[in-house]
Design a protein. Structure first.
Length: 123
């Protein structure tokens, strides 16, 4: 009887794993595909919240150049690589590729090591 109870508990635990994993991935957000990321960025202007401070206005031109104003202005290059937004600024200290993730009605840009959110796009 003890073995039957252990087997029943193990079965319930295994059956609940996919639901727990799904809930966790939904809470963390859904990574944009390369096509979705390109459609979200290319030729678009976005306001964002930079979690380290500031609310930059960003313009991503069709030709891969970008411009931003966050109390000071800068320009640089952008590209989409494997669903990640890669940015290289001329003056600001940022160069790298971070995943774009949809969380609810917002899109977040993660730092390249995915340790934290870099930007939250507000539109």
């Amino acid at each position: 009887m003890k073995n039957l109870s252990s087997l029943a508990l193990a079965t319930v635990a295994l059956l609940s794993l996919p639901a727990a994993a799904s809930a966790q991935s939904e809470a963390a957000g859904v990574a944009l595909t390369t096509e979705e990321a390109t459609a979200f960025i290319k030729g678009k202007s976005h306001s964002a919240t930079r979690l380290a401070g500031g609310t930059p206005s960003l313009q991503f031109k069709d030709n891969g150049t970008m411009y931003a104003n966050n109390g000071g202005s800068d320009s640089g290059k952008w590209r989409i690589e494997d669903g990640k937004l890669c940015m290289s600024w001329q003056r600001w200290e940022y160069e790298g590729c971070g995943q774009l993730v949809r969380v609810g009605d917002k899109v977040q840009h993660l730092y390249p090591n995915a340790s934290a959110v870099h930007l939250v796009f507000n539109n």
